[in-house]
Write a protein that binds this ligand. Sequence first.
Ligand SMILES: *[C@@H]1O[C@H](CO)[C@@H](O)[C@H](O)[C@H]1NC(C)=O
Ligand SMILES: *[C@@H]1O[C@H](CO)[C@@H](O)[C@H](O)[C@H]1NC(C)=O
Ligand SMILES: *[C@@H]1O[C@H](CO)[C@@H](O)[C@H](O)[C@H]1NC(C)=O
Ligand SMILES: *[C@@H]1O[C@H](CO)[C@@H](O)[C@H](O)[C@H]1NC(C)=O
Ligand SMILES: *[C@@H]1O[C@H](CO)[C@@H](O)[C@H](O)[C@H]1NC(C)=O
Ligand SMILES: *[C@@H]1O[C@H](CO)[C@@H](O)[C@H](O)[C@H]1NC(C)=O
Ligand SMILES: *[C@@H]1O[C@H](CO)[C@@H](O)[C@H](O)[C@H]1NC(C)=O
Length: 479
Amino acid sequence: MTIISLLIFALLNFLLQNEALVTVTEEDFKTAPQSLRDFWKTCGSYVQLNESFNTAEFQSFGFNSTNAVDRYDLYRSICGWNFVGSQNCPLEIFCPEVDLRPQGCQDELAISDGLGGRVNVCGNQKFTKPWKATQGGRDLFVRFQILRNYTKDQLSKARKYKGFRCIVSCSKNGGAGAKPLPQKGIKKTMIKNCACGEIPEKGGRVVGGQNATRNEFPWIATIVIPGTRVSFCGGAVINSHYVLTAAHCFWFAKIAPQQIEVLLRSHEMDFIDQSSTKPKSEIMKELIATARRIDEAEKTQRFKVVAIKNHPLFTTEFDFDVALLRLDRPVNFTGPNRTTTICLPKFDYKNTYLGAKSQVAGWGLMDEVGNASSQFLQKLEVPVLNLDDCRRVLPKSLITERMLCAGYMEGGRDSCKGDSGGPLVFQKPNKYFEQIGIVSWGKGCARENRPGFYSRVTELTQWIYYNSNEPETKWCQEI
Ligand SMILES: *[C@@H]1O[C@H](CO)[C@@H](O)[C@H](O)[C@H]1NC(C)=O
Ligand SMILES: *[C@@H]1O[C@H](CO)[C@@H](O)[C@H](O)[C@H]1NC(C)=O
Ligand SMILES: *[C@@H]1O[C@H](CO)[C@@H](O)[C@H](O)[C@H]1NC(C)=O
Ligand SMILES: *[C@@H]1O[C@H](CO)[C@@H](O)[C@H](O)[C@H]1NC(C)=O
Ligand SMILES: *[C@@H]1O[C@H](CO)[C@@H](O)[C@H](O)[C@H]1NC(C)=O
Ligand SMILES: *[C@@H]1O[C@H](CO)[C@@H](O)[C@H](O)[C@H]1NC(C)=O
Ligand SMILES: *[C@@H]1O[C@H](CO)[C@@H](O)[C@H](O)[C@H]1NC(C)=O
């Protein structure tokens, strides 16, 4: 057994990520006592546990450390610790020491699973058993939050509270010794007359080609250069405020929210003519004029993005290749040719979708070397392959549980550059569609023995819900 204390992970990530919600400046950090610095350092940490790396411990700064009290104004707000389980390691959490301000749970440790399970721990609560996620979930998210400021007088009394210490570990015996969290999380607010994964109005069929029909993928989102219809990645609408896409679209180029826009109800895209000798400003003017015209014709909904949430465990080998875009206003799900959401799959890690005929759509499906992008939305049917078979043909690549491979070993048909972030969808027996993959990576496109790789949505669902279900977000019904 390997025990890690999160303090070893002195990542300083609190200055870099929005996950760590404590606002400290470098000056604060330099002058703070060591116990407090250690606490800040672990704020917002993300740790994945597995069979060999199976226990993590974290603790508060300790109200009983003398200097801490004087710095109280700085550790108000929120501190989070996030634990990701894995195939043979569903997680459980036990806090042997909890000693927090009891009145009305003003200082609380909120433990949740993103699936509706949540417990608020405060006061001098004793754990009798560990907690685990509901619905067979593997991941656990913890936040310490101080919901009401202390007065000077209360502050001196606060010294008597010791804080907390918690241990997260792989559950044994399928979690038999742990209790599922109570259903006290944020409820999903549903929209009437809106079903996810439904195609409300399908245009005429396209014969012979791979053109998608207008509105055939009413959840599809296009991520574009602001003001234009020049697309660089795709995505899918999952609720009133969020688009699900791939982290690699933003991570490498450090794309900020103001550098992109999201289009819904869009079918026809535009291009930058690489061979043009016109000045940049002139090209931009033309792109914007074309966008105005097509936006109007297609009744496109155009959104600004207020936040890009890349998965904090994303790696350059494209593990955890998932991101969420928060839109600046709610999506309109009514009217003719309306947008709808894609369903997230039912929470079931065991469903590998092996052999499932799934569909991928995007504007980049054409070919690898050519001027790949297509003007009109393209679609392609791809069967889901066995992950071990894909490992065999690509022995040098890191292929993880978070990946799904699909396509044709003989080559010829595949998703490609420009499709990144777009959804891989599966039609359920009841005809509604759910998203099982996110276009992620491949070695070239459509080559022999080079299937396409997608982020496996069932493995990422808890992170997706935890980061996209807010009191004001609304969801379409699941049928
Ligand atoms: C377990 O996790 C550690 C740390 O993230 C990693 O180095 C190791 O390769 C993992 N082991 C397995 C079997 O996945
Ligand atoms: C509080 O102080 C006691 C005694 O000095 C120490 O054993 C304990 O670890 C401290 N608690 C925390 C959470 O730091
Ligand atoms: C706590 O105090 C800070 C400034 O000292 C203030 O900005 C904040 O609004 C206060 N929070 C509450 C809940 O009163
Ligand atoms: C809806 O889409 C169809 C094509 O599928 C198009 O002919 C029709 O004009 C659209 N309706 C509106 C109101 O945009
Ligand atoms: C795809 O649709 C466009 C616009 O409707 C059309 O010009 C093109 O010929 C179609 N391609 C195929 C292969 O059907
Ligand atoms: C949504 O779109 C429909 C049709 O385009 C329009 O009639 C309606 O007013 C819009 N609703 C909102 C809240 O903008
Ligand atoms: C790509 O476009 C350029 C000009 O924009 C053209 O010269 C070239 O032949 C095209 N390549 C392919 C493979 O279509």
